[in-house]
Design a binder for this molecule. Structure first.
Ligand code: ATP
Ligand code: MG
Length: 560
């Protein structure tokens, strides 16, 4: 790595390159991704993961995975496992650098004692409500607690007895002694420890006092030798406290906190608390519902880690918050799958077509390319027989003049096959079209017509006799408004039509063995993937990942 010629891709890389040049951290780059295990990760976390692990890769450093598990109330083992799975899926590896803030409880306690001994922390008997009142407001300074001037001895005694379980929950807290008149509310004697009798998934019932985030985080960073502690903008106002803690306890090193803008995506929610509510209220089927922007949901939907990383790369690292268009993520996945997804024919809403002049027992194996973008993916055989299915929307009884698909008396080409002509329309007693009677022109294989007549429309189809029946799930945006995060009553904007289930789709036979998680482009319909939860060998279920029409590319062209 030659840093003298390195071009920073963003302001954080600039800081790191400067630090490497000045040897600030002895040439080390150590970052961390510190999720709180109180829910599943979402696309916003993916941004933080790509950034932290990406920086470590780029600068020959390391990135730690640290569970910020100091709040026993909200944390569960299920979330810990899900988070590990998601980070791995995105393509990152923490190696042996797996940490838990809870493992530092003993050291954190010792640092709290150190602060008390220095006269920089005190035990406060005010109630939570009183503490709020005393804190003041943005325009008014706070007031000192009447317990603020306790002696060091008394504070040491009380804090030790807090730990020993002598006082009821919520009766006392340990606070930093900083400045109740600071313009920064975070510096008005923040609470460092509270009493909370609660089982912790890692430390069991060992503790009845738990440290707060603002105390735990800087010390955890320092204990792990983190050089650059990257977090989102809402922590900017906490940075003076982060630095205060590190200045006043005898930790082995001095990490630097750097803030960047959160990733927010339009038409979706990126907040664990709000996601949890959608799950609990049953608006979705679970944390991995393919409509959610959780990593588990995105994965189940069929989005690839490559596409997610591409999105994070394109969005870049900024200093001001913005809303990223969902269409951009969709563009990234199309871009990735276009190159890699095998093509297949699938009829989602079947209309039966009988080719009257096609022999009853005849079956032809027609050659179909697997991916026009990549010849190395080869080709496959698709069977044609007398009865086929086409898409209902590829037929119109009374079409406009420029309609290119099938209509009475008109011709259309079957993809990879012959030209057919609609001779007759069969309806049921309600007047619904239930079947078309067609004829085919045997001289039209291979894309030409013997008399040079033009047949512009091409439709996909599936041989009825060979078809594999499947369920297909089509998804739309989960919310009807662009920025549901802004709406307090966001659940009332859940799109009631975000899921459409089609039960009787007809797929070409090559898809019979499609493995869970494998993805395809269904011609003219979009990219689809076999559902990893509900699909079974004898009853396939596909999710539509994304339709083919690329609105993002269009927007880019217009702005071009
Ligand atoms: P949430 O509001 O969803 O609970 P959080 O910030 O509380 O998010 P943490 O588990 O504390 O969730 O986050 C772990 C890391 O991921 C933190 O460094 C946080 O800054 C980062 N992060 C969380 N949300 C986003 C986002 N939308 N964009 C970028 N980074 C994020
Ligand atoms: Mg949080």
């Amino acid at each position: 790595m030659d840093i003298s010629n390195m071009q920073p891709a963003n302001f954080i890389e600039s800081i790191i390159i400067e630090d490497l040049k000045s040897d600030k951290h002895g040439g080390r780059v150590v970052t961390r991704f510190p999720p709180e295990p109180n829910g599943y990760l979402h696309i916003g976390h993916a941004k933080s993961i790509c950034l932290n692990f990406g920086l470590a890769e780029k600068f020959n450093g390391t990135c730690h995975l640290r569970f910020d598990d100091t709040d026993p109330a909200k944390e569960e083992l299920e979330y810990v496992e899900a988070i590990k799975r998601d980070v791995k899926w995105l393509g990152f590896d923490w190696g042996d650098k797996l940490y838990h803030a809870a493992d530092y409880f003993e050291q954190l306690y010792d640092y709290a004692i150190e602060l008390i001994e220095k006269g920089l922390a005190y035990v406060d008997d005010l109630s939570a409500e009183e503490i709020r009142e005393y804190r003041g407001t943005l325009t008014e300074p706070g007031k000192n607690s009447p317990y603020r001037e306790r002696s060091i001895e008394e504070n040491l005694d009380l804090f030790k007895r807090m730990r020993a379980g002598e006082f009821p929950d919520g009766s006392r807290v340990l606070r930093a002694k900083i400045d109740m008149t600071s313009p920064n509310m975070n510096m008005r004697d923040p609470v460092l420890y509270r009493i909370k009798r609660m089982h912790h998934h890692r430390t069991g019932d060992d503790w009845c006092i738990y440290p707060m985030y603002d105390f735990t985080h800087p010390i955890s960073d320092a204990l792990e030798g983190i050089t650059h502690s990257i977090c989102t903008l809402e922590f900017e106002d906490h940075r003076p406290l982060y630095d205060w803690v590190l200045e006043n306890v005898s930790v082995p090193c001095r990490p630097q906190q750097i803030e960047f803008a959160r990733l927010n995506l339009s038409y979706t929610i990126t907040s664990k608390r709000r996601l949890l509510r959608l799950v609990e209220l049953g608006y979705v089927t679970g944390w991995d519902d393919p409509r959610l922007a959780t990593i588990a949901g995105i994965r189940r939907r069929g989005y690839t880690p490559e596409a997610v990383r591409d999105l994070c790369e394109r969005v870049g690292v900024a200093k001001n918050n913005s809303l990223v268009d969902m269409a951009m993520l969709e563009h990234c996945v199309r871009d990735d799958l276009n190159k890699r997804a095998p093509r297949a024919m699938a009829v989602l809403r079947p209309l039966r077509v009988v080719i009257e002049n096609y022999p009853e027992d005849k079956v032809e194996e027609l050659e179909a390319v697997n991916n026009p973008e990549d010849a190395s993916m080869g080709s496959r055989k698709v069977p044609l027989s007398r009865v086929i299915y086409i898409e209902q929307e590829d037929f119109m009884e009374d079409p406009p003049r420029r309609y290119r698909r099938l209509a009475p008396g008109r011709e259309v080409r079957l993809r990879y096959g012959y030209v057919i002509k609609c001779e007759d329309v069969i309806k049921d007693e309600n007047g619904q079209v239930v079947e078309l009677r067609c004829t085919y022109d045997p001289d039209t294989l291979g894309g030409s017509t013997p008399d040079g007549r033009k047949v512009r429309g091409i439709v996909h189809w599936v041989s009825a006799r060979h078809a594999v029946k499947a369920e297909v799930r089509l998804y739309d945006r989960l919310f009807t408004i662009e920025n549901p995060a802004d709406a307090e009553d966001y659940v009332s904007y859940v799109n009631p039509n975000s899921l459409e289930v089609l039960k009787d789709c007809m797929l070409e036979p090559s898809l019979a063995q499609a493995a869970p998680g494998s993805f395809y482009q269904f011609e003219r319909q979009g990219y689809f993937c076999v559902d990893t939860v509900d699909s079974k060998p004898d009853s396939l279920v596909f999710n539509r990942i994304v339709a083919l029409r690329d609105t993002w590319a269009k927007i880019q062209q217009r702005q071009g």
